[in-house]
Design a protein around this ligand. Structure first.
Ligand SMILES: Cc1ncc(COP(=O)(O)O)c(C=O)c1O
Length: 397
């Protein structure tokens, strides 16, 4: 029998009792405020990663906390078998910020579940089975979503994969054209491939995808699990100039949507919705009141604080300041989904930053460091980051 650890050291206890997931940083997060994480030893870390891009409104935004707290005093949960004031408000708010013609929301619990349902809806709407996704894209870890993921080891982890997944080259419309026959229900993409190292295509690529889908009766799905809810400095990548104004038939969302309360969603057109009947889709927790309160609080906080404009302004400032760090050879992405490319490996820089109490992310491109900070990041905090980065690159090399 395993021995029971007798210690107050939470790192030892977690290692003993929790299955391995990610490689953890030596940080015990006790409290969060805005872009800062405070440890149990009273140290603070500048958080430019947001716990996998979740802390969009920052940690413990007072408006989000209040929305959740107020809801706890009413009802914690009931499923979609009943109507709910807070669910009605969440759906209405989400659709009010969605680009036209997305008019209906489906709520679930995570990004992978949103993508599973997006693919299922596309199959229901077209009566076809195959899904085209892209090399470098990441869509989640449940069976269908991991089979749609053509990035590194992930598809392997999901063996045996679900049939009906085809791989095209991101940014190469001819590779998509060659696959998009009448067996194809949907083309799904991360409009900015985050895990792959923050890769974007030319605006014309998104336009050509839209035209191809219209021509061949294929559903276009944007996985905006990372790019959605304000991260690019606009509510969604869909409809933005970076994507030539293209709006897909379905957007999937999660991560920042609930500021840390698990929630996912699909936003769909009236046309897609017309193919979905009662009992086709479902999930126990989707649309639960706690999650809906978090969605309403999150969207209101972003709006009330003018966070979209903040993202755009602080992004420009950050890009400007990064010019001072000559080891950064390019800055990819948009808004607060940025990839800093180095001539050499990014991991030592990531580690040196952590020693200086700055949390960043790596990616599957070994030379790219990822920044996914809260949308409330200020210029003064950018200054702290750039100073720490300048010291880190000189020590990391
Ligand atoms: C683009 C994208 N899609 C889907 C997912 C899966 O989301 P979740 O972990 O909430 O299932 C992720 C998670 O990192 C993601 O980045």
């Amino acid at each position: 029998m395993m021995s029971i650890v007798n210690t107050n050291d939470v790192t030892v206890i977690e290692e003993q009792y929790q299955l391995a997931t990610y490689k953890k940083m030596p940080v015990v997060a006790e409290r969060g405020e805005g872009v800062w994480i405070y440890t149990n030893e009273g140290e603070r870390y500048l958080d430019l990663y947001g716990g996998h891009a979740v802390a969009g409104t920052g940690h413990c935004h007072p408006h989000v906390v209040k929305a959740i707290r107020d809801q706890t005093e009413k009802i914690l949960f009931y499923s979609n078998l009943v109507y709910s004031d807070i669910r009605a408000r969440a759906a209405e708010k989400l659709i009010s910020i969605a680009p036209q013609p997305l008019t209906k929301a489906f709520f679930c619990n995570s990004g992978t579940e949103a993508n599973e349902n997006a693919m299922r809806m596309a199959r229901m709407a077209t009566g076809r089975e195959n899904i085209i996704t892209f090399s470098g894209g990441f869509h989640g870890r449940t069976a269908d979503a991991i089979s749609a993921t053509f990035l590194g080891k992930y598809r392997e982890i999901g063996k045996p994969n679900v049939p009906g997944h085809l791989e095209a080259e991101f940014g190469d419309i001819e590779s998509v054209r060659a696959l998009a026959d009448d067996s194809v229900a949907a083309i799904m993409l991360e409009p900015i491939q985050s895990m792959a190292g923050v890769k974007m295509a030319e605006p014309s690529f998104y336009r050509e995808l839209r035209e191809l889908c219209d021509e061949r009766g294929v559903v276009l799905i944007y996985d905006e699990v990372q790019t959605g809810v304000g991260r690019t400095g606009e509510w969604f990548f869909a409809g933005s100039d970076a994507g030539d104004g293209v709006v897909p038939d379905i957007i999937s969302l999660a991560k920042a949507l609930g500021s840390g309360v698990p929630v996912g969603a699909c936003l769909v057109t009236e046309k897609i919705a017309s193919h979905i009947k009662e009992n086709d889709l479902g999930t126990t927790f989707g649309g639960g009141m706690m999650a809906m309160a978090a969605v309403v609080g999150t969207l209101e906080a972003i709006e009330d604080d003018g966070m979209l404009a903040n993202v755009r302004e602080v992004e420009s400032y950050l890009r400007e300041r990064l010019r001072e760090v000559e080891q950064v050879v390019s800055v990819q992405g948009r808004g607060f989904l940025l990839g800093l490319e180095f001539a050499d490996k990014a991991k030592p820089v990531h580690e040196a930053l952590l020693e200086r109490k700055v949390i960043t992310g790596t990616s599957s491109d070994a030379n790219v460091l990822r920044l996914l900070p809260p949308l409330c990041l200020q210029k003064s905090e950018v200054d702290l980051f750039v100073d720490a980065l300048a010291q880190s690159v000189s020590h990391a090399g």
